[in-house]
Ligand binder design. Structure first.
Ligand code: HEC
Length: 190
């Protein structure tokens, strides 16, 4: 009897550690898929934005972002994998955070407050969908449209922003600030 109990305990522990390991491996796989999707999407957005600024100037680029940013963000999305950007201070109301995104934004802000590195978050929800979040940090080029409203955003650019986005609150950022988050969803396999 004692031997049997020992055997059972041992097997249970083995199974637990194996599934634990498998889950960790899976998580690493999902994260690397997420990283690749985010970096391809970011490159596409940034390169297209830079091209638009070069061709049409900053003011023209606002109108361009207005019609194209949403579509471009979905360039590599599929039925099973979605990607979007969100922020606690949005320009486009379509990017206002949902409750899960709000939670992650608070986690990131807490890490910043604690002077820790902002680290990506991976979560599985009750329905079995997997979520991957990464911070979006503000770079110097972004200041033209998200920086100090008086000293960094030029009057004609500010006017164009106000015209397209009357509810805008995505300004007065500094370089290195948390501008928002990437949110990738891997939908539960059917
Ligand atoms: C030419 C002006 C311009 C520049 C430069 C710019 N943005 Fe934006 N940004 C916008 C506009 C316009 C939107 C709204 C796009 C839309 O309608 O979806 C936006 C939206 C966003 C959003 C989505 C959340 C929201 O507020 O709606 C994030 C995140 C963001 N920008 C980050 C950045 C970062 C990071 C950079 C620098 C790498 C940057 N932006 C550079 C104009 C700009």
């Amino acid at each position: 009897m004692f031997k049997l109990v020992l055997l059972l305990t041992f097997s249970a522990a083995m199974i637990a550690s194996c599934t634990g390991k498998k889950e960790a491996e899976n998580e690493a796989l999902w994260k690397s898929k997420g990283d690749s999707l985010i970096s391809r999407t970011f490159d596409t957005l940034r390169n297209t934005l830079l091209k638009a600024i070069g061709e049409k100037g900053l003011t023209g680029a606002i109108a361009f972002c207005n019609t194209e940013a949403g579509k471009l963000t979905h360039t590599y999305a599929t039925e099973e994998v979605t990607i979007r950007r969100s922020s606690d201070k949005t320009r486009n109301p379509a990017n206002i955070p949902d409750s899960l995104e709000q939670k992650i934004l608070s986690v990131f802000y807490q890490q910043i407050k604690d002077k820790k590195e902002v680290t990506p978050v991976f979560e599985k929800d009750a329905a079995g969908n997997r979520h991957y979040f990464k911070p979006i940090l503000l770079q110097s080029i972004c200041l033209n449209c998200h920086g100090d409203r008086v000293t960094q955003i030029k009057p004609d650019v500010w006017q164009a922003i106000q015209q397209k986005y009357p509810a805008d609150s995505a300004f007065n950022y500094k370089e290195g600030d948390l501008r928002g988050i990437w949110h990738v969803v891997f939908k539960k396999e059917k």
